[in-house]
Design a protein around this ligand. Sequence first.
Ligand SMILES: *Cc1c(COP(=O)(O)O)cnc(C)c1O
Length: 229
Amino acid sequence: MLTKENAIQNLDELIKRVEFARLQVSGHKIVQIVGVSKYNTSEDVTCVYNAGQRAFGENKVQDLKSKQDELNDLPISWHFIGTLQKNKINNLIDANPTLTHSLDSLDLAMELDKKLAQKNKTMNCLLQINSSYEDSKSGVDPKDAVEIYKTIQKECSNITLKGVMTIGANSENKNEIMKSFTLTKEIFDQCPDATICSMGMSGDFELAIACGSNMIRVGSGLFKKNEDL
Ligand SMILES: *Cc1c(COP(=O)(O)O)cnc(C)c1O
């Protein structure tokens, strides 16, 4: 279990590093932090919440729902960051996340839009880009991304596209990771009205911010326990 001191120390350290990284880019740059709580309990989330963090992300619809239920007295902004199975769409709509980062195909967007329309709801989403061309990763092909983005904007009136998301290349090579972030930023710049560029995790958020990220998703770095320090 995360202690109060752990949570404060983790969040302080994270904010300091984010501040340093964003100031290298511009003093006007704002970077939002989403705490990824997928491997942690609601008690741990409460600790990090009490340290000051307000946005949290889950990668499974059922975990999102159960954390929301357990923590429904806290004004947390919940993000959905995981692969969305079509048979979970209705559950995700009912969970009403602040932002879904992982819209990863036109087909899924069409299906989500249809179900949103049936329920007379809307959802803020990011288009996930497979910027590292890894088979294990979800997301649209970078060369089709801008066109798919515009098609979703035109065809899916119940989806509000806010920008793009990517997971950096799974590599020890900084240049490889940077390439995937730079590519995603180039796509972001071409997407009409896009305001959120979600990239960077515990191991690579500084690089992501240097490449133009304005939203990072941090799990292990924010939830590390005493024994890991
Ligand atoms: C787990 C996860 C993260 C956080 O990863 P850490 O390395 O623990 O910071 C970020 N984004 C997505 C999509 C994830 O699944």
